[in-house]
Write a protein that binds this ligand. Structure first.
Ligand code: NOJ
Ligand code: CA
Length: 677
């Protein structure tokens, strides 16, 4: 009898009949988090009573010790609240408000001689939730190899929810056309992973402050259960670290409508403050460059008759930049290594040796005389060991020549980054593995020592680290303009109406807008070309935020349309305030932004393949001012396939009380400067 009672009580104990729940709400009370330890640690989230995340697992597993999962119970919890306003040296807005409630939950488990424990720190903002694991030093856990993270994001009605997503663990890294499907049809996807519930509530799952850890992708293991799926090292381990350690923040941005996602600062708020001190040397700017010519085969990166990066060509670009007040000229293909099969063999690159027809000293001196900086370029082709070995000399060389910004490139198939270990053995790693997360940040912190900013192509996704390292000035990490030159297929008309709600939630993108000549392969919807109108190319400068923006086309194409080019000359790249004012994912979007330390406002509006008319209230303007609205919009008969160039440029005097009606053509757009009078 006794025996039975004991085992029954043990059974009851292991099922944790004394399950505890701790709750916390967002400052406005609308988002409610509930953390539970019944059986295993879990959490759930609601917004104004609507289930956002159903009961979902927390925890992780290790190679050499017991997992943080079954039987861990809540042993303590602490709450606190904070409200502050902090400043971005450059960004979508100057002042950022961080208002959150915090809950720190400690889970523990007595296991024979050991007590194991881990903490989960939750932060609730009015625009969503972030949480991260904090694992203290403890017996049996010193060197750590994480082999699974149990975090789940379980949702209701996955068949009725719509997701916009790109696949993870693919050869093309983040450079995919977005899928629009029900959530039930998603398998493994990158974050930001954005979806809309049947109710219209929009949610985006991502992460913040990804440092020395594997990136999180999500994997639908069971219908509606999106599980964290960290990108492994080549040996299959997800994360190699030691106690104590912290995971990045797992983030869930939540909004009643699509536009709310665009106005959220949650990712930045979950990053650490600036660690670099005075960053006045980090300069938002516009640039032109020896770039598009290579992508449309007018030039080559390698040497020969069509070599783009020659001294005379660079000087010609400097003249153009000086005339039109661009701060920099990017020069790609200047250094030895581009001849032959560089794509599969990054060992060939020498980052200090220019081609014979490129005189780096003469070009940079000429630029200095004209007030234009040379922008550096380092293509690694994914051979990061080759790059690391040369990095210090390469950055010193650029610093000597007054270069303040370097575009880096990691062109290599996903899973094919070359890591050479100390024994000379080659391993193939993912771009979003822990190894590469650290490699990218290493280049940024090394560059900071030379007062150089980094614009990473084929990057790790952004997780808001620009707050901590403001010289990480931009990055690619999605299909950019280059796909319109040679992508199969090029970016479809809806692409730039999805990017703001997905990729752009993570941070700035070096998309390189501004192609004026769509006809390099002829028009028609099948050929490689931007599948947009000309006005939409202008709108991209406001819609797709980046503190550095390229005027990507060849100078002669701007010279042929100086009237439209004027908008690119006028648009700033650093903002006092930004407001997304309308939009639906994959359909259209409208942004208004105010110039940093200035009075002028700028608007960008763009649409997918459907023509539509936007009626826009101007109530974002200063009520006490009058403005001249300089409007660049699609002409009456504009449509992207056969008539992309027809544009109306008109001026109107307006105030905050007015409305503007903007007819957008198929894959069209509008760009407006509101010049304060
Ligand atoms: C890919 C980059 O995205 C592109 O901008 C660059 O021109 C090429 N790599 C060559 O580095
Ligand atoms: Ca690229």
């Amino acid at each position: 009898m006794n025996k039975i009672i004991i085992s029954l009580s043990l059974l009851l104990f292991s099922n944790n009949i004394f399950a505890q729940t701790v709750e916390l709400s967002s400052p406005d009370g609308k988002i409610v988090l509930s953390v539970n330890d019944e059986g295993k640690p879990s959490y759930k989230i609601s917004l104004s009573g609507e289930s956002i995340i159903k009961t979902s697992c927390l925890g992780m597993a290790f190679k050499n010790t017991m997992p943080f999962s079954d039987g861990f119970t809540i042993s303590s919890s602490q709450e606190k609240s904070a409200k502050s306003v902090w400043q971005l040296p450059w960004g979508e807005r100057k002042n950022v408000t961080d208002h959150h409630n915090e809950l720190l939950v400690t889970f523990s488990k007595n296991d024979k001689s050991n007590t194991n424990k881990f903490k989960v720190r939750f932060r609730l903002f009015n625009d969503g939730v972030g949480f991260r694991y904090e694992v203290p030093k403890q017996e049996g856990l010193d060197q750590v190899e994480i082999i699974n993270e149990f975090t789940e994001f379980a949702i209701n009605d996955e068949k009725k929810a719509t997701a916009w997503w790109i696949p993870a663990r693919g050869w093309n890294r983040y450079e995919y056309i977005y899928n629009t499907t029900d959530v039930a049809s998603v398998d493994r996807a990158h974050t930001p992973f954005t979806f809309k519930l049947d109710s219209g509530t929009h949610i985006s799952i991502h992460e913040a402050a990804l440092v020395d850890y594997a990136a999180m992708t999500i994997n639908q293991k069971r219908p509606g259960v999106l599980k964290a799926d960290l990108t492994p090292w080549s040996d299959g381990i997800l994360v190699k670290t030691k106690t104590d350690f912290k995971s990045p923040w797992r983030t869930i941005q939540i909004s009643k409508d699509a536009v709310g996602l665009l106005n959220s600062d949650l990712i930045l708020n979950l990053n650490e403050p600036n660690k670099l001190g005075d960053v006045s040397w980090v300069e938002p700017a516009k640039y032109v460059g020896i770039w598009w010519g290579m992508h449309i085969n007018a030039n080559t990166w390698g040497s020969g008759a069509k070599h783009g990066a020659t001294t005379s060509e660079a000087m010609r670009y400097i003249d153009f930049a000086a005339e039109h007040e661009f701060a920099g000229v990017l020069v790609e293909g200047w250094n030895v290594g581009w001849d032959g099969d560089w794509f599969f063999n990054g060992d060939v690159f020498n980052f200090s040796k220019p081609y014979d027809d490129f005189d780096i000293a003469a070009v940079s001196a000429y630029g200095k005389k004209k007030g234009v900086q040379l922008i550096g370029h380092h293509e690694t082709s994914g051979n990061v060991t080759n790059y690391r070995n040369q990095m210090s000399d390469a950055y010193a060389l650029y610093e000597k020549h007054g270069v303040k910004q370097i575009k880096t490139g990691y062109v290599a198939d996903g899973g094919d980054i070359k890591r050479i270990d100390k024994n000379g053995i080659v391993h193939k790693e993912w771009h979003d593995s822990q190894f590469m997360v650290s490699e990218y940040l290493h280049s940024v912190t090394e560059a900071a020592k030379h007062k150089i900013s980094i614009n990473t192509h084929e990057p790790i996704k952004d997780t808001g680290l620009r707050r901590t390292y403001p010289n990480w000035i931009s990055r690619e990490g999605a299909r950019g303009q280059e796909f319109n030159a040679w992508g199969t297929p090029p970016n479809p008309p809806e692409h730039t109406t999805i990017l703001p709600f997905t990729r752009m939630l993570s941070g700035p993108m070096d998309f390189t807008p501004g192609i004026f000549d769509m006809s390099f392969n002829g028009l028609g919807d099948k050929s490689n070309r931007p599948q947009t109108t000309l006005s939409k190319q202008l709108a991209l400068y406001v819609v797709l935020y980046s503190p550095i923006q390229m005027a990507a086309d060849l100078p002669k194409n701007y010279q042929a349309n100086l009237a439209a080019f004027q908008f690119i000359k006028d648009v700033p790249t650093n903002w006092e305030e930004s407001k997304a004012i309308a939009g639906e994912v994959g359909e259209y979007v409208v942004f208004a932004r105010q110039k940093r330390d200035g009075d002028d406002w700028f608007v960008g509006a763009l649409t997918d393949e459907k023509a539509r008319t936007i009626t826009m209230k101007l109530d974002f303007l200063d009520k006490s001012k009058r403005y001249q609205a300089q409007i660049y919009r699609d002409g009456k008969n504009a449509e992207w396939i056969n008539n992309p160039y027809e544009m109306i440029i008109e001026n109107k005097i307006v105030t905050a009380k007015d409305e503007l009606i903007l007819p957008l053509a198929t894959s069209g757009g509008a760009a407006i400067r509101f010049k304060a009078l």
